[in-house]
Design a protein around this ligand. Structure first.
Ligand SMILES: CC(=O)SCCNC(=O)CCNC(=O)[C@H](O)C(C)(C)COP(=O)(O)OP(=O)(O)OC[C@H]1O[C@@H](n2cnc3c(N)ncnc32)[C@H](O)[C@@H]1OP(=O)(O)O
Ligand SMILES: O=CC(=O)O
Ligand SMILES: [Mg+2]
Length: 541
């Protein structure tokens, strides 16, 4: 007779709840699943603590506190220490292409001639079960040099160039995202642990044999404690996968306002394995908005006016360069949103000129390399960095002239909110959410690259502008004097479909009504939802 205890023992610790995809058992082997279970059990409680700490800190900002450098870590900031030496493959990172992980993108990126390719499970990937597994499979084949892909209409066969020197760096999802298709002991697993764990499980040995890591970009950290959690995860993974300690190198995106006050601390927490910090400007702007969502004196102007020359962003990038170069780490630049404009040479040259100006600013400021969103932008970025940076990196540029204070990092910005800017936020949010709900994490809108980070700026701005009157002090106003109130928003939202010509031909065109409903709900809600991808994820299959 079976005993109750026997039944409990036979329940598998991990269950897969996503649609069953052909060949998924090659990735989710019993050994891979066992590794994911171990990762979950070892780190999920701490992940939850770190997420709770984020909410507690935000509650203090909502009550009027301002972010500042920490007293308890002064010793780390003042101490003389450097990070572990960087591997040869990460010495010269002057141009990094980034992009989603479908096979065509992976092949195009690795064949692009960029120094590195950041394969992105985060801002530019919508985490459908299929996108994740197709991406993991493509990367696994890329690591073994066997990736190819045929266009569905048979028009082109894409083959990975065996001579490609582009270094692969993988960006897993941030700590806030769950993987709902993988339950461990009945709980959803962390998206970060799933992405990193599965990639490392299959590719660590192959990459290590080629002196290529594995290497990772870590997104959206808010504190040194979150960096320490990553360090523990990586150390655990190295031991379990038989890699020498410190082989797995990471670059951390400084893309939240709280994290900019802990850059030395984050480098220190990861000092055995960190290769650099990156200015993830789009999420950083989003985080500034979120941190100050209740602070009337720090409302930002419309998205198009928040460029890297705004004082708070200039201070952030310069402090990042100074911090990295003092500690022996790379200071990577970020992403200009312009992409090539097909069929309009004049507009295209203007877009390229804006990218060039952005890269020139980065190279002159002391960045060691930069990001591009599209292969056609590689020559633009390379030309600038080759001219300004004849050495593999410019860590010798110490930027000791930089004296950035807390006030510089949170300085209010000058600018306006125009009707065009308001309506543009509404349109971009709806169109991006529609594409995302349709499985696409990165799309061109008005010839700008839009991903989860850029769209979040528009979404958070709408919420902040419309809820500013809740705190007293009345409504904000457009530059023409119109009050920024819900009638303005409701009208813009409801009239949008009639303004979108050929909407069914847009990415995610069939999801426009669903996107309108979600933006409406998020914007009218009394609290700013921390990430739009959290409620949007619940709407994915
Ligand atoms: C805020 C942040 O997090 S930034 C990092 C996250 N964002 C990104 O990584 C952006 C990645 N970029 C992209 O996804 C794309 O460039 C888009 C969606 C913006 C535009 O894509 P498209 O409309 O397909 O551009 P376009 O038609 O000009 O592409 C031309 C070719 O370049 C390829 N291509 C475009 N971008 C990339 C890329 N980032 N990596 C590799 N190949 C690319 C296309 O696949 C296409 O290939 P094909 O000629 O073989 O068909
Ligand atoms: O991830 C990059 C950003 O700008 O956000
Ligand atoms: Mg980002």
């Amino acid at each position: 007779m079976a005993m109750a205890g026997d039944a409990a023992r036979t329940v598998p610790p991990l269950s897969l709840t996503g649609p069953r995809l052909a060949g998924q058992e090659d990735l989710l082997t019993p050994a891979a699943q066992a590794f994911l279970v171990d990762l979950h059990r070892a780190f999920e409680p701490t992940r939850q603590q770190r997420l709770a700490a984020r909410a507690q800190r935000q509650a203090r900002f909502d009550a009027g506190a301002l972010p500042d450098f920490r007293e308890d870590t002064r010793g780390i900031r003042d101490g003389d220490w450097t990070v572990a030496p960087l591997p040869a493959a990460l010495q010269d990172r002057r141009v990094e292409i980034t992009g989603p992980v479908d096979p065509k993108m992976v092949i195009n990126a690795l064949n692009s001639g960029a120094n590195c390719y950041m394969a992105d499970f985060e801002d530019s990937t919508c985490p459908t079960w299929e996108n994740l597994l197709v991406g993991q499979r493509a990367l696994r084949k890329a690591v073994t040099g066997q990736l190819d892909w045929m266009a569905p209409d048979g028009s082109k066969h894409y083959v990975l160039d065996a001579t490609s020197k582009t270094v692969l760096i993988v960006r897993p999802r941030g700590w806030h995202l769950d993987e709902k298709h993988v339950l461990v002991d009945g709980q959803r697993m962390s998206g970060s642990l799933f992405d990193l764990g599965l990639f490392a499980f299959h590719n660590a040995a192959g990459l290590h044999a080629k002196d290529r890591g594995p290497y990772f970009y870590l997104p959206k950290l808010e504190s040194m404690e979150e960096a320490a959690l990553w360090d523990d995860v990586l150390a655990f993974t190295e031991v379990r996968l038989g890699l020498p300690v410190g082989t797995m190198k990471v670059t951390v995106l400084i893309e939240t306002l709280p994290a900019v006050f802990e850059m030395h601390e984050i480098l220190h927490a990861l000092r055995g394995r960190i290769a650099g910090l990156n200015c993830g400007r789009w999420d950083y702007i989003f985080s500034y908005l979120k941190t100050f969502r209740r602070h009337r004196d720090r409302v930002l102007p419309e998205r198009g006016q928040v460029g890297m020359t705004q004082p708070f962003l200039k201070a952030y990038s310069e402090l990042l360069i100074q911090t990295c170069h003092r500690r022996g780490a790379h200071a990577m630049g970020g992403m200009a949103a312009q992409i090539p404009i097909a069929g309009d040479p004049i507009a295209n040259e203007e877009a390229l000129a804006r990218v060039r100006a952005d890269k020139l600013r980065e190279a002159n400021a002391g960045h060691d390399g930069t990001w591009v969103a599209h292969p056609a932008l590689i020559p633009v970025a390379r030309e600038v960095f080759d001219e300004k940076m004849p050495t593999p990196n410019q860590q010798q540029v110490r930027r000791e002239d930089v004296a950035v204070t807390r006030d510089d990092l949170i300085r209010p910005s000058l600018g306006t909110i125009t009707r065009k800017g308001f309506d543009n936020n509404v349109e971009v949010c709806v169109r991006y959410i529609a594409a995302w709900l349709d499985g696409q994490g990165c799309v061109p809108i008005h010839w700008l690259m839009e991903d989860a980070a850029t769209a979040e700026i528009g979404r958070a701005q709408l919420w902040q502008w419309l809820h500013m009157a809740d705190n007293g002090g009345g409504h904000l106003h457009l530059d023409d004097g119109t009050p920024v109130d819900f009638s303005l928003f409701d009208r813009a939202l409801m009239t949008l479909p009639s303004k979108l010509a050929d909407r069914m031909k847009l990415p995610g065109g069939s999801k426009i009504n669903e996107a309108i409903a979600l933006l409406d709900e998020l914007t009218h809600a009394n609290e700013l939802v921390p990430f739009l991808t959290l409620p949007a994820y619940e709407r994915l299959g």
